[in-house]
Design a binder for this molecule. Structure first.
Ligand code: SAH
Length: 386
């Protein structure tokens, strides 16, 4: 470790107030390169140990408050064990074991898919701890293989290479995931995120319960049939709609895996398809809209809100009176008040009477820490449409 990095009072205050990031502008000196650094206040009083990223505006990410504690494999193993203990009792074989800042391990994502692990190292400081982390994963989770899905843009901003790397054992192309009574195949090597959207697990189960026996369902932005599969457990018919042919090919495989013959795939742009369904007077008992993050930055928010409103307005028009819309947004920059205002605007323009029945969010394995707003991003609503 190089000599301590000293930070301004504003920087130090962020940590005392429960946030692990200190920005470049609050550093009084810099380290020689990425990695673990001791951090001290202006006067030299030790504040703890952090990950240092020389190229990132987020220069320091707090790992350990106790300056006397050494960060080694044992430390990582203990932190992983603690994270795992917080997940006891989840009724699935695929879940997030470490949700970065939400688990006190900034820029680290670890997802377990049955007997395999898919992880992401998302900062230059963290990358220097790779061997310790991989060793700790082996010790705590004993997987048959560990895959790093480091093919994400944020790594470039950290000055790191992007890529997919098998670092231990072997990991298959498809892993069967159990989610309630439904089974689906996650794609760790080629799928989005680490192979599936684990964060919508409980909301998908909710969508299944909304479906009346024999009813009609529409799952827009379906990816590999995710919400549609749960609706298909009860529905007469369900449409899984996505713009990606590859995702829909896997949706069809997933329908077959469950023995569903009531699930049809439709490759289309949701913005057009929702309008076409309306023109064709098609109606559904349950509609799900789970678009990709339209707001990638704060600046993109106004445009994103227009997109969300358009999708929700046209989705509301397709719901049978007395039916349901489950609407989600995974844009961090679209906060709850904006989300609710957008839904209200869509409701007003739809001319329907729309009742908020339930606020849904991300599950506990994607821990949202209140003093770290960036750990929370998923919002969803169950709306009754009369
Ligand atoms: N509901 C899914 C996750 C959806 S992710 C789940 O629970 O697993 C968003 C999906 O929207 C991706 O599969 C992407 O291919 C699709 N998509 C993006 N733009 C689209 C558009 N304009 N029309 C339809 N699908 C779109």
């Amino acid at each position: 470790m190089t000599s301590p990095i000293r930070v301004s009072r504003r920087g130090g205050d962020r940590w005392t107030q429960g946030h692990p990031w200190i920005y470049a502008s609050d550093l009084l000196n810099e380290a020689d390169g990425p990695g673990l650094v001791a951090v001290a206040d202006q006067r030299g009083k030790p504040l703890g140990t952090a990950l240092y990223s020389p190229r990132s505006e987020i220069r320091l990410r707090l790992l350990e408050r106790d300056p006397t504690v050494v960060i080694d494999t044992t430390w990582w193993r203990r932190r992983l064990e603690q994270a795992l203990a917080r997940r006891v009792g989840l009724d699935t074989n695929a879940y997030r074991v470490v949700h970065g800042e939400g688990d006190g391990l900034p820029s680290l994502i670890i997802d377990r898919y049955d007997q395999w692990v898919v992880a992401q190292l998302l900062s230059a400081g963290l990358e220097t701890e790779r061997e310790n982390i991989v060793t700790a994963i082996e010790a705590v989770l004993a997987p048959k293989g560990i895959l790093l899905r480091n093919d994400v843009g944020v790594r470039r901003r950290e000055g790191l290479a992007e890529g997919i790397e098998l670092v231990r054992g072997s990991v298959p192309d498809a892993i069967e995931v159990r989610e309630g009574t439904v089974r689906y195949l996650a794609a760790p090597w080629t799928g989005q995120k680490t192979g599936a959207f684990l964060d919508q697990r409980e909301n998908r189960l909710r969508a299944g319960r909304l479906m009346p026996p024999g009813g009609r369902g529409l799952d827009c932005f379906s990816y590999h049939g995710s919400f549609a599969l749960h609706m298909a457990t009860r529905a007469g018919s369900v449409i899984a709609l996505d713009v990606s042919q590859d995702a829909l090919r896997r949706a069809a495989d997933n329908a077959a895996l469950n023995g569903f013959t009531n699930l049809a795939c439709r490759e289309a742009d949701a913005f057009d398809a929702l309008r076409e369904f309306d023109r064709a007077r098609q109606r559904f008992d349950v509609v799900v809209v789970d678009p990709p993050a339209f707001a990638k930055s704060k600046a993109a928010l106004p445009q994103a809100i227009r997109g969300y409103k358009d999708v929700n307005l046209h989705a509301l028009r397709l719901v049978e009176p007395g039916g349901w819309l489950l609407s989600a947004s995974c844009s961090f920059h679209l906060r709850w008040p904006d989300f609710l205002t957008m839904l209200a605007d869509a409701a007003r323009d739809s001319g329907r009477r729309v009742t908020m029945v339930e606020h849904l969010t991300q599950p506990a394995d994607h821990a949202e820490v209140l003093t770290i707003p960036e750990t929370g991003y998923l919002k969803a609503a169950v709306l009754r449409v009369d």
